[in-house]
Design a protein around this ligand. Structure first.
Ligand code: ASP
Length: 202
């Protein structure tokens, strides 16, 4: 049976197009998926276009919005993939790690340094790797998948502004690698029977 994954799009360079004012998020969640047909072969995906923002405009109200979207859909899906700008992805990942604790289901954030429509781009591989991780059995809780590395949501930091290798895991090893469609996992994150949603603020 194929896994059911909810794809939550929030904007970022991955979904951006060239405009007179520079790069602007404009490609929908469906559009992102169309650019990587292998994803729909791997799993059943439903799309939720939550925001269409540069991540420098994402803050606490959006973190609560992402947590709410996951909470409301938690029972219906096996995992969650969120596309997000890289500038504040680590902050959103940290916030979601505390807003949703002990999740047995994977909650994966990803993005890219180059838009999905560019000839040279990290968008497609990061998106596909994220869905591969979301469908692999031992991924639990909030994490970032980027440039073949899986980093816990509480440990990620953007350390390079241009390199495809944008994120590092700080004071803790990254928990898995994704190469050529295969996941090599070193650490299995802890989880609980039922996740705890800290949603009292929304
Ligand atoms: N400014 C963009 C954002 O964070 C950068 C990116 O996605 O790489 O939305």
């Amino acid at each position: 049976m194929k896994k059911r994954i909810l794809f939550i799009a929030t904007g970022g360079t991955i979904a951006s197009e060239v405009t007179e004012l520079g790069l602007k998020p404009g490609i929908s969640a469906e559009g992102l998926l169309r650019a990587v047909p292998a994803i729909r072969e791997l799993c059943d995906v439903e799309c939720l276009q939550l925001y269409s923002l540069d991540s420098t405009d994402i803050g606490p109200e959006h973190w609560l919005g992402m947590a709410r979207a996951i909470r409301e859909n938690y029972e219906g899906f096996d995992g969650f993939v969120l596309s997000h700008g890289t500038d504040t992805m680590a902050y959103s990942a940290a916030a979601l790690s505390y807003l949703i604790q002990g999740s047995a289901k994977p909650i994966i954030l990803t993005g890219a340094q180059k838009p999905i429509g560019f000839d040279t781009t990290d968008s497609r591989v990061n998106l596909l790797d994220s869905f591969i991780c979301a469908c692999s059995g031992d991924m639990h809780g909030v994490m970032i998948v980027f440039n073949g590395r899986v980093i816990l949501g509480t440990r990620a930091r953007k350390t390079h502004s241009k390199s495809f290798d944008a994120f590092s895991s700080i004071n803790y090893p990254h928990i898995a690698d994704v190469r050529d469609g295969r996941v090599t996992q070193y650490i299995v994150p802890g989880f609980e029977k039922k996740p705890r949603f800290f949603s009292e603020l929304d």
